[in-house]
Design a protein around this ligand. Structure first.
Ligand code: XBP
Ligand code: MG
Length: 263
Protein backbone atom coordinates (compact mmCIF):
# COMPACT_ATOMS: atom_id res chain seq x y z
CA UNK A 1 0.00 0.00 0.00
CA UNK A 2 1.45 3.39 -1.00
CA UNK A 3 -0.53 5.12 1.72
CA UNK A 4 1.26 5.53 5.02
CA UNK A 5 -1.00 7.83 7.06
CA UNK A 6 -4.37 9.57 7.11
CA UNK A 7 -4.52 13.06 8.62
CA UNK A 8 -7.91 14.33 9.73
CA UNK A 9 -9.22 17.79 10.38
CA UNK A 10 -11.66 17.81 13.31
CA UNK A 11 -14.45 20.37 13.12
CA UNK A 12 -16.70 19.60 10.20
CA UNK A 13 -14.68 16.55 9.16
CA UNK A 14 -14.67 14.02 12.01
CA UNK A 15 -17.97 15.47 13.22
CA UNK A 16 -20.30 18.34 12.36
CA UNK A 17 -19.42 20.36 15.44
CA UNK A 18 -19.96 23.96 14.46
CA UNK A 19 -23.52 24.28 15.78
CA UNK A 20 -22.24 23.16 19.19
CA UNK A 21 -19.36 25.64 18.90
CA UNK A 22 -21.81 28.41 17.99
CA UNK A 23 -24.00 27.63 21.02
CA UNK A 24 -20.89 27.51 23.22
CA UNK A 25 -19.72 30.92 22.03
CA UNK A 26 -23.14 32.44 22.74
CA UNK A 27 -23.26 30.83 26.20
CA UNK A 28 -19.83 32.30 27.02
CA UNK A 29 -20.96 35.74 25.88
CA UNK A 30 -24.04 35.55 28.12
CA UNK A 31 -21.94 34.37 31.09
CA UNK A 32 -19.81 37.50 30.69
CA UNK A 33 -22.79 39.85 30.43
CA UNK A 34 -22.26 40.56 26.74
CA UNK A 35 -25.37 41.03 24.61
CA UNK A 36 -23.71 39.28 21.67
CA UNK A 37 -25.63 36.48 20.01
CA UNK A 38 -24.08 34.92 16.92
CA UNK A 39 -26.89 33.73 14.62
CA UNK A 40 -26.23 30.76 12.33
CA UNK A 41 -26.03 33.17 9.40
CA UNK A 42 -23.46 35.37 11.14
CA UNK A 43 -21.51 32.35 12.39
CA UNK A 44 -21.29 30.91 8.87
CA UNK A 45 -19.54 34.14 7.89
CA UNK A 46 -17.35 34.18 11.01
CA UNK A 47 -16.20 30.62 10.20
CA UNK A 48 -14.04 32.17 7.51
CA UNK A 49 -11.75 33.15 10.40
CA UNK A 50 -9.92 30.10 11.79
CA UNK A 51 -9.58 29.81 15.54
CA UNK A 52 -12.11 30.71 18.21
CA UNK A 53 -10.03 33.42 19.87
CA UNK A 54 -9.19 34.93 16.48
CA UNK A 55 -12.88 34.75 15.54
CA UNK A 56 -13.94 36.75 18.62
CA UNK A 57 -11.18 39.33 17.99
CA UNK A 58 -12.35 39.63 14.38
CA UNK A 59 -15.91 40.19 15.59
CA UNK A 60 -14.81 42.90 18.06
CA UNK A 61 -12.82 44.65 15.34
CA UNK A 62 -15.97 44.81 13.24
CA UNK A 63 -18.05 46.49 15.96
CA UNK A 64 -16.54 49.91 15.27
CA UNK A 65 -16.17 50.69 18.98
CA UNK A 66 -13.98 53.43 20.48
CA UNK A 67 -10.45 52.05 20.95
CA UNK A 68 -10.67 52.09 24.77
CA UNK A 69 -13.86 49.94 24.75
CA UNK A 70 -12.48 47.66 22.04
CA UNK A 71 -9.29 47.22 24.09
CA UNK A 72 -11.31 46.29 27.18
CA UNK A 73 -13.20 43.68 25.19
CA UNK A 74 -10.01 42.31 23.63
CA UNK A 75 -8.64 41.78 27.14
CA UNK A 76 -11.70 39.61 27.86
CA UNK A 77 -11.07 37.21 24.96
CA UNK A 78 -8.93 34.59 26.78
CA UNK A 79 -11.55 34.27 29.56
CA UNK A 80 -14.38 34.25 27.03
CA UNK A 81 -12.67 31.49 25.07
CA UNK A 82 -12.02 29.39 28.16
CA UNK A 83 -15.71 29.66 29.08
CA UNK A 84 -16.66 28.74 25.54
CA UNK A 85 -14.39 25.69 25.57
CA UNK A 86 -15.90 24.52 28.86
CA UNK A 87 -19.41 24.85 27.44
CA UNK A 88 -18.43 23.03 24.23
CA UNK A 89 -17.17 20.09 26.30
CA UNK A 90 -20.51 20.03 28.18
CA UNK A 91 -22.45 19.97 24.91
CA UNK A 92 -20.27 17.16 23.57
CA UNK A 93 -20.68 15.22 26.82
CA UNK A 94 -24.49 15.22 26.53
CA UNK A 95 -24.32 13.87 22.98
CA UNK A 96 -24.90 17.03 20.98
CA UNK A 97 -22.26 15.97 18.44
CA UNK A 98 -22.12 12.78 16.35
CA UNK A 99 -19.43 11.50 13.95
CA UNK A 100 -19.95 12.12 10.24
CA UNK A 101 -20.84 9.16 7.98
CA UNK A 102 -17.91 6.92 7.13
CA UNK A 103 -15.45 8.36 9.67
CA UNK A 104 -15.56 5.38 12.08
CA UNK A 105 -15.48 2.94 9.15
CA UNK A 106 -12.46 4.51 7.42
CA UNK A 107 -10.57 4.81 10.70
CA UNK A 108 -11.23 1.12 11.32
CA UNK A 109 -10.08 0.16 7.80
CA UNK A 110 -6.94 2.28 8.12
CA UNK A 111 -6.01 0.78 11.50
CA UNK A 112 -6.59 -2.75 10.18
CA UNK A 113 -4.27 -1.97 7.25
CA UNK A 114 -1.56 -0.69 9.59
CA UNK A 115 -1.75 2.95 8.51
CA UNK A 116 -0.92 5.64 11.05
CA UNK A 117 -3.55 8.22 11.98
CA UNK A 118 -3.09 11.89 12.81
CA UNK A 119 -5.12 14.99 13.51
CA UNK A 120 -4.38 18.48 12.20
CA UNK A 121 -6.92 20.96 13.55
CA UNK A 122 -7.35 24.63 14.40
CA UNK A 123 -9.61 23.71 17.29
CA UNK A 124 -8.31 23.71 20.85
CA UNK A 125 -6.74 20.50 22.21
CA UNK A 126 -9.39 20.43 24.96
CA UNK A 127 -12.09 20.15 22.28
CA UNK A 128 -10.29 17.19 20.69
CA UNK A 129 -9.91 15.52 24.10
CA UNK A 130 -13.64 15.94 24.73
CA UNK A 131 -14.75 14.91 21.25
CA UNK A 132 -12.77 11.78 20.33
CA UNK A 133 -13.89 9.45 23.13
CA UNK A 134 -17.46 10.71 22.93
CA UNK A 135 -17.92 10.20 19.18
CA UNK A 136 -15.53 7.28 18.51
CA UNK A 137 -15.27 5.45 21.84
CA UNK A 138 -13.07 5.57 24.93
CA UNK A 139 -9.91 4.25 23.19
CA UNK A 140 -10.14 6.60 20.19
CA UNK A 141 -7.55 9.12 21.37
CA UNK A 142 -4.93 6.35 21.42
CA UNK A 143 -5.59 5.54 17.73
CA UNK A 144 -3.90 8.80 16.68
CA UNK A 145 -0.09 8.82 16.61
CA UNK A 146 -0.14 12.61 16.40
CA UNK A 147 -2.68 15.22 17.46
CA UNK A 148 -1.64 18.66 16.25
CA UNK A 149 -4.19 21.20 17.45
CA UNK A 150 -4.95 24.87 18.07
CA UNK A 151 -2.04 26.98 19.30
CA UNK A 152 0.52 24.25 18.52
CA UNK A 153 1.36 26.54 15.63
CA UNK A 154 1.20 30.32 15.51
CA UNK A 155 -0.11 30.58 11.94
CA UNK A 156 -3.50 28.85 11.72
CA UNK A 157 -5.24 27.51 8.63
CA UNK A 158 -5.09 28.33 5.71
CA UNK A 159 -1.38 28.43 6.53
CA UNK A 160 0.14 24.93 6.11
CA UNK A 161 1.78 25.01 9.54
CA UNK A 162 -0.56 22.66 11.39
CA UNK A 163 -0.22 20.00 8.67
CA UNK A 164 3.54 20.51 8.50
CA UNK A 165 3.66 20.06 12.28
CA UNK A 166 1.66 16.83 12.01
CA UNK A 167 3.90 15.49 9.20
CA UNK A 168 7.06 16.41 11.13
CA UNK A 169 5.77 14.62 14.22
CA UNK A 170 4.74 11.62 12.11
CA UNK A 171 8.24 11.62 10.62
CA UNK A 172 6.69 11.43 7.17
CA UNK A 173 6.62 13.44 3.95
CA UNK A 174 3.33 14.54 2.41
CA UNK A 175 3.67 12.00 -0.42
CA UNK A 176 2.40 8.97 1.47
CA UNK A 177 -0.34 10.79 3.34
CA UNK A 178 -3.92 11.94 2.72
CA UNK A 179 -5.65 14.89 4.40
CA UNK A 180 -9.40 15.10 5.09
CA UNK A 181 -11.00 18.52 5.32
CA UNK A 182 -14.41 20.25 5.25
CA UNK A 183 -13.61 23.90 4.56
CA UNK A 184 -11.88 26.29 2.18
CA UNK A 185 -9.35 27.27 4.87
CA UNK A 186 -8.63 23.62 5.60
CA UNK A 187 -8.26 22.49 1.99
CA UNK A 188 -5.91 25.42 1.30
CA UNK A 189 -3.86 24.52 4.37
CA UNK A 190 -3.54 20.84 3.41
CA UNK A 191 -2.74 21.60 -0.23
CA UNK A 192 -0.13 24.17 0.81
CA UNK A 193 1.48 21.37 2.82
CA UNK A 194 1.60 19.26 -0.36
CA UNK A 195 -1.06 16.75 0.67
CA UNK A 196 -3.50 14.79 -1.44
CA UNK A 197 -6.75 16.13 0.03
CA UNK A 198 -10.27 14.71 0.35
CA UNK A 199 -12.90 17.42 0.92
CA UNK A 200 -16.20 16.53 2.60
CA UNK A 201 -18.04 19.85 3.14
CA UNK A 202 -20.89 20.28 5.61
CA UNK A 203 -23.88 22.62 5.36
CA UNK A 204 -21.64 25.25 7.03
CA UNK A 205 -19.11 25.05 4.20
CA UNK A 206 -21.26 23.95 1.24
CA UNK A 207 -20.66 27.31 -0.41
CA UNK A 208 -16.88 27.23 0.02
CA UNK A 209 -14.57 26.94 -2.98
CA UNK A 210 -13.11 23.46 -2.47
CA UNK A 211 -11.94 23.04 -6.07
CA UNK A 212 -8.31 22.65 -4.97
CA UNK A 213 -9.19 19.33 -3.30
CA UNK A 214 -8.25 16.08 -5.06
CA UNK A 215 -11.52 14.37 -4.12
CA UNK A 216 -14.77 16.23 -3.40
CA UNK A 217 -17.63 14.25 -1.80
CA UNK A 218 -20.70 15.07 0.32
CA UNK A 219 -19.30 12.67 2.95
CA UNK A 220 -17.06 9.59 3.19
CA UNK A 221 -20.20 7.45 3.10
CA UNK A 222 -20.70 3.97 4.57
CA UNK A 223 -23.14 1.03 4.31
CA UNK A 224 -25.62 2.87 6.55
CA UNK A 225 -25.22 6.12 4.59
CA UNK A 226 -24.20 5.21 1.00
CA UNK A 227 -23.38 8.11 -1.30
CA UNK A 228 -26.00 9.16 -3.81
CA UNK A 229 -24.98 7.76 -7.27
CA UNK A 230 -24.83 11.33 -8.63
CA UNK A 231 -22.03 12.21 -6.20
CA UNK A 232 -19.72 9.20 -6.45
CA UNK A 233 -17.75 10.20 -9.58
CA UNK A 234 -14.60 8.16 -9.94
CA UNK A 235 -15.19 6.14 -6.77
CA UNK A 236 -16.47 2.88 -8.25
CA UNK A 237 -18.34 2.23 -5.01
CA UNK A 238 -21.06 3.51 -2.71
CA UNK A 239 -18.58 5.01 -0.22
CA UNK A 240 -14.92 6.01 -0.04
CA UNK A 241 -13.19 2.85 1.11
CA UNK A 242 -9.49 2.59 1.87
CA UNK A 243 -8.79 0.68 -1.34
CA UNK A 244 -10.60 3.24 -3.49
CA UNK A 245 -8.64 5.94 -1.69
CA UNK A 246 -5.39 4.10 -2.31
CA UNK A 247 -6.24 3.87 -6.03
CA UNK A 248 -7.16 7.56 -6.31
CA UNK A 249 -4.09 8.61 -4.35
CA UNK A 250 -1.72 6.52 -6.49
CA UNK A 251 -3.26 7.64 -9.77
CA UNK A 252 -3.21 11.31 -8.76
CA UNK A 253 0.44 11.19 -7.73
CA UNK A 254 1.22 10.75 -11.45
CA UNK A 255 -1.85 11.79 -13.40
CA UNK A 256 -2.56 14.83 -11.23
CA UNK A 257 -6.28 14.41 -11.92
CA UNK A 258 -9.09 15.71 -9.75
CA UNK A 259 -11.85 13.26 -8.92
CA UNK A 260 -15.32 13.51 -7.65
CA UNK A 261 -17.70 16.38 -7.30
CA UNK A 262 -19.85 17.50 -4.42
CA UNK A 263 -23.60 17.26 -4.99
C1 XBP B 1 -12.33 24.76 13.08
C2 XBP B 1 -12.04 26.06 13.72
C3 XBP B 1 -12.10 26.16 15.21
C4 XBP B 1 -13.51 25.85 15.70
C5 XBP B 1 -13.71 26.39 17.10
O1 XBP B 1 -11.20 23.97 13.32
O2 XBP B 1 -11.71 27.02 13.03
O3 XBP B 1 -11.76 27.48 15.53
O4 XBP B 1 -14.44 26.51 14.85
O5 XBP B 1 -12.75 25.82 17.96
P1 XBP B 1 -10.84 22.74 12.29
P2 XBP B 1 -11.86 26.79 18.89
O6 XBP B 1 -11.86 22.75 11.18
O7 XBP B 1 -9.44 23.05 11.83
O8 XBP B 1 -10.93 21.50 13.15
O9 XBP B 1 -12.83 27.77 19.53
O10 XBP B 1 -11.21 25.87 19.90
O11 XBP B 1 -10.89 27.45 17.95
MG1 MG C 1 -12.81 21.86 9.69
Amino acid sequence: MSLKALIFDVDGTLADTEEAHRQAFNAAFRQHGLAWDWSALRYRDLLRVAGGKERILHYIAGLGLPEEEAGRLRDLVPALHRAKTRRFAELVAVGEVVPRPGVARLLREARAAGLRLAIATTTSPANVAALLPRILGEAATSWFSVISAGDAVSRKKPAPDIYQDALMRLGMTAKGCVAFEDSDLGVRSAKAAGLFTVAVPTTWTADHDLSAADVLLPSLGDPESPLDPATRHGLGGRWLGLHQLERLHSASAFAGDTYGSVA
